[in-house]
Design a protein around this ligand. Sequence first.
Ligand SMILES: *Cc1c(COP(=O)(O)O)cnc(C)c1O
Length: 426
Amino acid sequence: MESGGGGGCGGAKRWGFRPNAAAASAATWSVRGTLNKIRAAVPAGDARVAIPLGNGDPSLFASFRTPAAAEDAVVAAVRSAQFNCYAPAVGIPSARSAIAEYLSRDLPYKLSSDDIFVTGGCTQAVDAVFSILARPGVNILLPMPGFPLYEARSVFSGIDVRYFDLIPEKGWEIDLEAVEALADENTAAMVIINPNNPCGNVFTYQHLAKVAETASKLGIMVIADEVYDHLVFGSNPFVPMGVFGETVPVVTLGSISKRWVVPGWRLGWVAICDPKGILRETKVVDSIASYLNISTDPATFIQGAIPHILENTKEDFFNKIIALLRETADICYNAIKEIECITCPHKPEGSMFVMVKLNISCLEHIHDDVDFCKKLAEEESVIILPGSALGMKNWLRITFAIDPSSLVDGLGRLKSFCRRNAKLRN
Ligand SMILES: *Cc1c(COP(=O)(O)O)cnc(C)c1O
């Protein structure tokens, strides 16, 4: 072993291991890491329950409980003893074909089971796609605001990140001129999240058509994060990006985490929506299959349950969840209108989130969004994600996907916090 340049401090032993810098900062880039810091500010002595308006996981609220049919499917899969085995790296055949069928319902062509890779939630889907796209010099275009996982994953894989804006005044539509200006010969893909986290908007068919044309012109693929598929309650219907697969190759990422409200079940997918076969020709599909051999699979019994989960969940359940989200989105939007210092540029119409702007200048002794969220947690036991975690300083991301009465409580506390901390006007 090398001896560290000849001498120096005699007794100091030199160890050969050091974590990489990307690992150390993963907590900063993740929603979870940031929320942990905010949550730590909630005082132990507050008799009131803490209100979680930070992350989108309503699974603990009875009103968001997954349907019995889904639970039964998991129990039956475990009891069958058919799924105690390792699964193939790409997923078990029955899961792949059930997911292909589920997604094909909304597409003008049929996906086959070979187009589907079963993953550990949408998170592993991102991991797989970014890992295989990573090569020296490559760059990817990401939305701002976006989902921090994409940036973290890029940095880990050595992919350069370039950001295009979502424009609040245009209902958070993508700045497609910026996309064109950012792309060069080393750009592999652009990422879209629809229905959108964190903005709560839903892209129109026309806008997605323009996204497809732009990406096609630039020679890049579209990575469509549709983890909130069908969770829409405004005037725009959910249109999968795969509808434009004839125009541009689309890699769709999804999971049952949000629509079935079971993020802990860790079942997601990569879907190749590319009827022209460009992603096969360019070996992208083979590479994903190959990469999954050195990655871990979702539990086999969840894969075994998925055909039944997709097939046996009744429309009633989805309608109930949509009605609940519509109600809570309304409560949230209307409450924010009444709060000075916070403005909402666009009423949420999908996903579980809304982005709102903090007018820092009308608050006393509060420096920025992070300070705001820490003091809010301290004084009111309400947890909200500071926009800085998403690259949007002095914005806030609020989730309304919680029980309506808790939401009303949380927004009430937010309002009194703002009133108490507002600058006195002359
Ligand atoms: C929740 C979420 C994910 C991760 O989904 P899992 O299925 O829980 O891994 C990915 N993208 C977005 C935009 C999300 O909100």
